[in-house]
Design a protein around this ligand. Sequence first.
Ligand SMILES: NC(=O)c1ccc[n+]([C@@H]2O[C@H](COP(=O)([O-])OP(=O)(O)OC[C@H]3O[C@@H](n4cnc5c(N)ncnc54)[C@H](OP(=O)(O)O)[C@@H]3O)[C@@H](O)[C@H]2O)c1
Length: 269
Amino acid sequence: MKTTIGFIGCGNIAKAMIGGLIKSKTISSESIMVSNRTPDKLERINNSYGVLTTTENKEVARFADILILSVKTNKYYEVIGEVKDSIKKNTVIVSIAAGRSMDSIEEAFEKKIKLVRTMPNIPAIVGEAMSALCHNDMVREDEFESVINIFKSFGEVEVVDEELMDVVTAISGSSPALVYLFIESLADGAVLKGFPRNKAYKLVSQAVLGAAKIVLETGKHPGQLKDEVCSAGGTTIEAIYALEKKGFRGHVIEAVEKGTEKSKKLSGK
Ligand SMILES: NC(=O)c1ccc[n+]([C@@H]2O[C@H](COP(=O)([O-])OP(=O)(O)OC[C@H]3O[C@@H](n4cnc5c(N)ncnc54)[C@H](OP(=O)(O)O)[C@@H]3O)[C@@H](O)[C@H]2O)c1
């Protein structure tokens, strides 16, 4: 890839994305520039991947053909105010913020900009992110393709309508945290029954990974796959009964609803 990519903010998700980009050899390290409020993280990212770094957000804005705003959602308007007059004419701005609509970001720039809204997730670190993307009418298809290729370098991508982005935030942006909770709970159950914790995490995590892979690779309905594991009168259906009695599905569905509503609230909807 010949484009230059800028990141403003060098936190968890930016580090994961930069790692994915470099490890996949999608782009060379000198074509990436990263800024951050404080210098420590910049030193670490430079040591790990050799990317260009600066504490000046405007310098990144002047450098980037594709500029990824990777500060926390509540810092978006402050950072946009700082860099809006420094971006190049054809720069594509990429938002990864939960709960920031394209309208609100365009308004903050106070001019027509090329804008892509995305929601990646933290498994970008291991090249297994799930990212959903949409764009405004200023972005050409080839420009959108370039942004898609960035996100493909550290995982899978899906193009969605902007109105679905709040749900994406809940089921993909945030869901790794829910899965970690599930993994930890399964392992706690094992520890309760005398199983060593370090081995429990390995067994549980591999089971989660394998189960997800079957869903993706076979396309079978998860309910059918669940039935295939439950033999009549067996151990698995006993465990499922215990979860269903406590309203497991209802709780998970409610978690998705709450996450979606929070994302909408952040966008002022
Ligand atoms: N984490 C995820 O799994 C995830 C997934 C999808 C989307 N997102 C989105 O990604 C965005 C960032 O999330 P995160 O988890 O990566 O946050 P984070 O770890 O807190 O990183 C934010 C970074 O921005 C830096 N920063 C703050 N103010 C700045 C400024 N004025 N100029 C330059 N840098 C500044 C911070 O630097 P200091 O540490 O020096 O203050 C920090 O390194 C959020 O909008 C979030 O919704 C996150």
